[in-house]
Design a protein around this ligand. Structure first.
Ligand SMILES: Nc1nc2c(c(=O)[nH]1)N[C@H]1C(S)=C(S)[C@@H](COP(=O)(O)O)O[C@H]1N2
Ligand SMILES: [Mo]
Length: 255
């Protein structure tokens, strides 16, 4: 039997989608109706319209708790997801990645620093928990384990917390998960530098888990004692988000 998974981007379980605007119209509903009106023309003109819609969403609300930007196409079968209404653009001039918390050597890396480190390329299917999938997508970047080793993780650390320069999104992994060879601090996707909409210049890439673990616009890596649930995990999603084995799929037949 098909299990209907909750759609985090459409209706966060915290009820924030039910906010109303000044006229009493639920904000989420109003935006959905507006966007449906775009039809085929909206899809064809997506790259341009997307920016317009992002600023429209930004005007409608400070943040975008409805996550409706997730309905926007992002090219090549991807959807654009951001829980923040607008995200600053960063490039080699102003990007920094900090590592701190329970480490002996806190560090701050520029994009050039990260590019100078050994790069690993991984090709897997991207899988969003809401059902869409993009087969065989190459990601390339620095193994997270490399950065953890450089920082000198203290024995009291048990987890890693990730923060983003959108100012809202967070993610987390256990230390064991974070040390896996298929977890990257990614600088490239589909053999190109990561674009802004895909979380550039640097995003997390957690190959064996649903794509919500792959935090975009990564700016901070903090070693903590225990796992701190991330943005979607505080809203009901599994922390251990193994593809095919989490978020309600654990009890399904494995045949
Ligand atoms: N900072 C940030 N990272 C995020 C998200 C987000 O809203 N903000 N959404 C997650 C989800 S649910 C998915 S499916 C992917 C979408 O990545 P894409 O926009 O490159 O398709 O990013 C993940 N990382
Ligand atoms: Mo997702």
């Amino acid at each position: 039997m098909d299990r209907v998974n909750p759609e985090p981007q459409a209706e966060p379980p915290d009820g924030s989608a039910e906010r109303t605007d000044a006229t009493g119209t639920p904000v989420g509903r109003r935006l959905v109706l507006g966007m449906l009106g775009l039809g085929a023309a909206g899809v064809a003109a997506a790259p341009v319209l997307q920016r317009g819609l992002e600023s429209f969403l930004g005007a409608a609300s400070d943040k975008d708790p409805t996550g409706l930007t997730g309905l926007l196409p992002n090219g090549g079968g991807f959807r654009y997801y951001s829980v923040a209404a607008s995200v600053p653009r960063k490039d080699s001039g102003d990007y920094t990645l900090k590592i701190d918390g329970l480490v002996d050597r806190p560090a701050s890396y520029s994009l050039a620093d990260l590019r100078a480190m050994p790069q690993t390329r991984i090709v897997r299917d991207v899988q969003c928990v809401t059902g869409w999938r993009v087969p065989e997508t190459p990601f390339e970047g620095v193994r997270l384990s490399h950065l953890l080793d450089a920082a000198g993780v203290r024995s009291s650390a048990g987890a890693v917390r990730f923060t983003c320069f959108d100012g809202v999104y967070t993610e987390s992994l256990t230390l064991d998960q974070a040390r896996r060879a298929d977890v990257l601090v990614a600088l490239r996707m589909q053999d190109k530098p990561l674009s802004h909409s895909h979380g550039g210049p640097v995003r997390l890439y957690v190959a064996p888990m649903y794509f919500y673990k792959s935090a975009k616009w990564l700016s901070g890596i903090t070693l903590t004692d225990d796992v701190r649930p991330g943005y979607w995990e505080r809203r009901g999603y599994d922390i251990d988000a193994w593809v095919g084995r989490s978020n309600g799929r654990d009890d399904e037949p494995t045949t």
